[in-house]
Design a protein around this ligand. Structure first.
Ligand SMILES: CC(C)(COP(=O)(O)OP(=O)(O)OC[C@H]1O[C@@H](n2cnc3c(N)ncnc32)[C@H](O)[C@@H]1OP(=O)(O)O)[C@@H](O)C(=O)NCCC(=O)NCCS
Length: 181
């Protein structure tokens, strides 16, 4: 049987219900995210409509119109100009759609947007217990750069938050290659 297809596109306010369903499913797994309560559709809609022009929200949609995954790109700090070059990601894919390229396809779209919007680095916080997500981000080029210990307490269980970052500059680390005088 052929793999069901999906397409990646920017989200609109009308996607709030589908996005809320994806997040509700992931939050119910309890081990993957620090989010303890999925935002309902009306709150998602408010968030989507409030995104600035430097923020993006992409969804993966089946031909039947079902949202099966999404990725958000927010400014790391909505108020500090000194951090305007840094973005923060969130990625959520329904269990039955994982491992089928949805996350990678979402990131390709986010990456294009981030480059065009002038971001220089992306940051992600991942729960230490969520080793599959850490592996996913590593494959995309992110590297672990820190850890907040015992940062999450969910259902009585403590967990660390792993910080990962990706520099978008073409030259690794943003430095210039050495040149001869
Ligand atoms: C983590 C997540 C976003 C990855 O999305 P996905 O659609 O499953 O990932 P893809 O199929 O696009 O995989 C891309 C690459 O990531 C790596 N990867 C993905 N899932 C992996 C896993 N479980 N273990 C190891 N590597 C994995 C693979 O190398 C893969 O490359 P390949 O296809 O060449 O093998 C998705 O599994 C998910 O939504 N998980 C639950 C929510 C979550 O943990 N979100 C992150 C919170 S910070």
């Amino acid at each position: 049987m052929d793999e069901p297809s999906y397409r990646i596109r920017r989200a609109t306010g009308a996607d709030a219900g589908g996005i809320a369903r994806v997040l509700t499913s992931v939050v119910a797994e309890r081990k993957l995210s620090a989010i303890d309560r999925a935002w309902p559709a009306d709150e998602q809609r408010t968030y989507l409509l409030g995104l600035s022009e430097r923020e993006a929200f992409h969804v993966a949609e089946t031909p039947g119109g079902a949202i099966v995954g999404y990725q958000s790109l927010d400014r790391y700090s909505p108020i500090l100009a000194s951090m305007a070059h840094a973005g923060q990601l969130g990625t959520f894919v329904l269990p039955e759609w994982r491992g089928r390229g949805v996350g990678r396809a979402l990131f390709q779209a986010t990456r294009r947007f981030a480059d065009a919007a002038g971001y220089r680095k992306l940051v992600i916080f991942v729960r230490a217990a969520n080793t599959p997500a850490q592996a996913f981000y590593r494959v995309l080029g992110f590297a672990e750069c820190g850890r907040l210990t015992r940062q999450v307490i969910l259902d009585g269980d403590e967990d660390d938050e792993v910080l990962m970052e990706l520099f978008l500059d073409r030259v690794s680390g943003g430095s210039q290659p050495a040149t001869s005088p």
